[in-house]
Design a protein around this ligand. Sequence first.
Ligand code: ACO
Length: 321
Amino acid sequence: MKYAQITGWGKCLPPANINNDEISTIVETNDEWITTRTGIKNRRVSHVSTAELATLAAKRALACAGIEGKELDLVLLATCTPSTMVANTASLVQKNLGAVGAAACDTNAACSGFLYALQLATAQIRAGLIKKAVVIAAERMTWYVNWAKRDSAVLFGDGAGAVVLEASDTPSGLLASKIGCDSEDRNILHIANYGTDQDKYIATGPSDLLFEGREIFKRAVKGMSEACDDVLSQANLQLDDINVLVPHQANLRIIQAIQQRLQIADDKVMVNIDQYGNTSAATIAIALCEAVEKGLITPNANIMSAAFGAGLTWAASYIKW
Ligand code: ACO
């Protein structure tokens, strides 16, 4: 059986930045509140579409892998902020990449989307159904943000990250994975007035990201920590075997709480929430790229990654680089 080796990676962060002082001129907030509650200092705001962010990240990942778009069998895009619903956004990215004939589809598991997509693409390669895939996570979260509401306006940003997977005999790539969803309380984090149910919500006006922050905080810490435990036992590994933790970047205090539960040292944890805020599915894809750039991830590194998001979805992965 083949493995799905990660042979390329790339990211795209739009250049426009809004820092905490600037956002304080739009809503009633301040740098001290945002920094101490979330760890966020800056967020990027895109003036181009999710498809364009995804295309740039994917092109960089393909260049890094040294392959061309036409070699791809699959373009899988994790996003909850698609440019278009029909046709799917992945089909436009496929066109932009020249990945003629490759399968192309979007997958939406909100903030857990990249790890969901990584498992789906890896499974296809390991089953021998395809040989080469690009897995992209791209989000334009600021499109959903109601800039009049300080609770959500300060949290989110835009960006994209991508990895190329290729069938290989080398035991690497995603080697253990756990994905799931607790749908019972799916309403504690949702956008009420998008999709074909919007007639029920029309009175609420433009998009509204509604969430119960404290409840999500607790569940995210528990969900991600337990998923990491599951994946470690699936891979027959101890925490000491892990070189790097790449967690979803929703709140610095959530990351620190997971770190504390798992007893992982600071220098093993990839954190960039101060720069980009919560880019939903894209946080882990971007953080993986930056961990490589920083030298935190080196060849053969054992990486643990975990995410939690709307659904309520959760995911954890063990990746051999
Ligand atoms: N600036 C200043 N004050 C604010 C702001 C703001 N931007 N936002 C809220 N407040 C006020 C509230 O109005 C409230 O005031 P009150 O006490 O007078 O009513 C006070 O701050 C405390 O609000 P809390 O919601 O209790 O603050 P908390 O410490 O829980 O932090 C936060 C809120 C940052 C959202 C936190 O709960 C959190 O990070 N939760 C998990 C992440 C999350 O929910 N992300 C969005 C979903 S996406 C995901 O990735 C899972």
